[in-house]
Ligand binder design. Structure first.
Ligand SMILES: Cc1cc2nc3c(=O)[nH]c(=O)nc-3n(C[C@H](O)[C@H](O)[C@H](O)COP(=O)(O)OP(=O)(O)OC[C@H]3O[C@@H](n4cnc5c(N)ncnc54)[C@H](O)[C@@H]3O)c2cc1C
Length: 487
C-alpha cells in the first residue's frame, strides 16, 4: 500500500500540498520517491495547477475522484495512457529483457523498445555444449527471430547514460530514448579480480563468441602443428566451470580422432578457491559432483586461488601448471553502468530494489544486476520479468502493483554426458534422471522465447555437432553421409 501512503503524504492537507508542490518547478528533477508517485511526474505550473504525468496518472485521477478531500487544489491530470501508448524501454537482450519484451508486446497499450548491445539472445545454459562441439543455434537466437512479427522496436546499441530529469537514455552512438517506464536487465560482466595476466591471456565463457573462441582454440592447437596442448585448466568450481570440465574430456578425444591423431592422455585441472565445488548445493550433492568429475579424469585443486597467468602457465600455490589453455569462469561483477549512473548498490554491489523491483520510481532493475535473493540465475531473471510486466499491466489497468515474491530456482548442473546433479527444493537427484530433467528444463526454457515447434526443433539439436575447423567439418560431413548411407 505504498502508493496510498505516498499520496496521503503528498496531498493530506492543502497547505502541505502547496508547500510541497508549489516549490517545484517544471525543470526540477522529480524522479525521487518524495516527489513522485510510482514514476508519475508531479509538475506544478506557475498557475499552481498541478499536472500529473505518467503511467499512473489515470489511477491517481481515479483516486482523486473517490477522495475529493485529499485534493483541495485544482489538480488536472493528463494521462499519456489516453493520448498515446506507454513508452516502455527495456535495456538488455538477455533472459530478463527478452522475456519482459515478449510479455508486454501482447498488450497493445505499450510501445516497447528493446535496446541491446548484441543482435542475439544468448542462451547461457548451452554455452558449454557449443564450446565443446555443439551447434551455435542452441546457444544463441537472433533477436529478430525471437521477436518475429511482434510489435517491438529492436535497437542495437549500448546504453551509457540515464537522464532521470527528462526520463531518457543516451546510447553509445548518441541516440536518445525517452521512457515512461524503464526495465534494466543488463546482466553481469567478467571480473578477473586484478589477477595478473588473466584478462589478457585466459579464455572466458559468457557469450556465444567466447564459447566459439574456446572451441576454435582447442582445434587450432591440433590443426596448426598436430601437437595437442595436453594440459587444460579451468578456473572456477561454480556451475559454468563444472559443466565445461565435465564435457571437455570426451570432446578432446573426439577432436583427436577427427584430426587422425592417436588418442592422448589429457590433463584437465579444475582450480577453485573455495573448499568445495558448487557452494549453492548441499554438501552431499557437491560431493557427488566432485566424485563424478574425478571419475571423468579431472584433477581438482580446492582451496586453491589462482595467483597469476603467464603465456604458458597458470600459477597456483606459487608453482606453475603448464598450459596454453586457461579458462576463467570464476568471477563476475555487476554491470559498470550502475556505478557510472549513480544507482544505489547493496554490499554485494548489486542494485538495491524495492518490493516492486524498482531501483527508483519507474526504473525497474531485474535479473543478475538486482539485489534479490536468487539473483544470478536465468530462472530468477525470468521470474523477475514476469513480476515487473504483470505489475506494469496491472498499473495500466489502474490496479495496484503486487509485491515481488522471490522464487527458489531449481539447480541442475550437468557433468559429462547423461549425468546431472539436481537440487529441487529439498529433493536431491543425480545421474541419468538429473540429465533427463535438465533436458526438459532446456526445452521449457527455449519455449519461454519461441513457439513450441521452433523451440522443440532447437532443443532436438542440442546433441548435434557443428565444427568450423575445416578438418573436423569434413569429417563430420563424411560421417553424416556414411550414417545416411548405412540407414
Ligand atoms: C555459462 C553460463 C551458464 C549458465 N547456466 C545457467 C543455468 O543452467 N541455469 C540458470 O538458471 N542460469 C544459468 N546461468 C545464469 C543466467 O544465464 C543468468 O542468470 C541470466 O542470463 C541473467 O539474465 P539477465 O537478463 O539479467 O542478463 P543477461 O542474460 O546476461 O542479459 C544481459 C543483456 O544485456 C546486454 N547489455 C549489457 N549491457 C548493456 C548496455 N549497457 N546496453 C545495452 N545492452 C546491454 C547484454 O548484451 C545482454 O544481451 C548461466 C550463466 C552462464 C554465464
Amino acid at each position: 500500500m505504498e502508493s496510498f501512503a505516498l499520496l496521503y503524504r503528498l496531498f493530506e492537507s492543502p497547505s502541505l500540498a502547496q508547500n510541497r508542490l508549489s516549490s517545484f518547478n517544471v525543470s526540477k528533477d522529480m524522479s525521487l520517491s518524495e516527489k513522485s508517485v510510482f514514476g508519475s511526474k508531479i509538475i506544478a505550473s506557475k498557475t499552481h495547477e498541478f499536472v500529473l504525468r505518467g503511467l499512473y496518472a489515470n489511477y491517481i485521477q481515479k483516486l482523486a475522484k473517490h477522495r475529493p478531500n485529499l485534493y483541495t487544489y485544482h489538480i488536472s491530470t493528463t494521462s499519456i495512457m489516453n493520448s498515446k501508448k506507454h513508452q516502455i524501454v527495456i535495456v538488455g537482450g538477455g533472459f530478463g529483457g527478452v522475456k519482459s519484451a515478449l510479455r508486454l508486446a501482447e498488450d497493445g497499450r505499450f510501445h516497447i523498445t528493446l535496446i541491446s548491445d548484441s543482435d542475439s539472445f544468448d542462451f547461457h545454459p548451452a554455452l558449454y555444449r557449443t564450446a565443446t562441439g555443439g551447434k551455435r543455434k542452441i546457444s544463441s537466437i537472433p533477436l529478430a527471430e525471437v521477436f518475429n512479427e511482434k510489435r517491438i522496436t529492436i535497437v542495437r546499441d549500448k546504453v551509457v547514460l540515464i537522464d532521470r530529469k527528462i526520463h531518457s537514455l543516451k546510447t553509445k552512438n548518441g541516440q536518445i530514448f525517452s521512457y515512461d517506464a524503464l526495465i534494466l536487465s543488463i546482466g553481469l560482466v567478467t571480473n578477473y579480480f586484478g589477477i595478473n595476466g588473466l584478462s589478457e591471456l585466459s579464455y572466458s565463457m559468457k557469450s556465444l563468441e567466447e564459447a566459439e573462441e574456446i572451441k576454435n582454440h582447442l582445434h587450432k592447437q591440433l590443426f596448426d602443428d598436430h601437437r595437442p596442448d595436453l594440459s587444460y585448466v579451468i578456473i572456477g568450481g561454480g556451475p559454468t566451470g563444472v559443466e565445461l570440465a565435465g564435457a571437455l574430456p570426451a570432446y578432446l578425444k573426439q577432436i583427436c580422432i577427427r584430426h587422425g591423431l592417436k588418442p592422448r592422455e589429457f590433463h584437465i585441472d579444475l582450480v577453485e578457491a573455495a573448499p568445495r565445488l558448487l557452494p549453492n548445493l548441499p554438501k552431499d550433492l557437491s560431493a557427488k559432483v566432485t566424485r563424478r568429475l574425478r571419475k571423468l579424469g579431472i584433477k581438482l585443486y580446492l582451496k586453491t586461488p589462482a595467483q597469476a597467468q603467464t603465456i604458458d602457465s597458470l600459477i597456483i600455490n606459487s608453482k606453475p601448471i603448464r598450459s596454453h589453455t586457461v579458462i576463467w569462469t570464476a568471477g563476475v561483477a555487476n554491470n559498470p553502468f550502475f556505478t557510472e549512473n549513480q544507482f544505489q548498490l547493496a554490499s554485494n554491489k548489486k542494485v538495491r530494489v524495492d518490493q516492486y523491483l524498482q531501483a527508483e520510481p519507474g526504473i525497474y532493475v531485474i535479473g543478475d544486476s538486482a539485489d534479490t535473493p536468487y539473483s544470478g540465475m536465468a530462472q530468477t531473471a525470468l521470474h523477475d520479468a514476469v513480476t515487473v510486466t504483470n505489475n506494469l499491466i496491472r498499473l495500466a489497468d489502474k490496479k495496484l502493483p503486487l509485491p515481488y515474491v522471490a522464487k527458489k530456482p531449481i539447480y541442475i548442473t550437468p557433468v559429462g554426458k547423461y549425468w546431472a546433479a539436481v537440487l529441487w527444493g529439498n529433493i536431491r537427484l543425480y545421474g541419468k534422471i538429473g540429465w533427463i530433467l535438465r533436458r526438459l528444463a532446456d526445452l521449457i526454457a527455449y519455449h519461454d522465447f519461441q513457439p513450441w515447434l521452433i523451440a522443440t526443433k532447437r532443443w532436438l539439436s542440442e546433441d548435434d555437432e557443428e565444427e568450423s575447423c575445416p578438418q573436423c567439418a569434413d569429417n563430420l560431413a563424411n560421417s553424416v553421409f556414411l550414417d545416411t548411407k548405412l540407414d
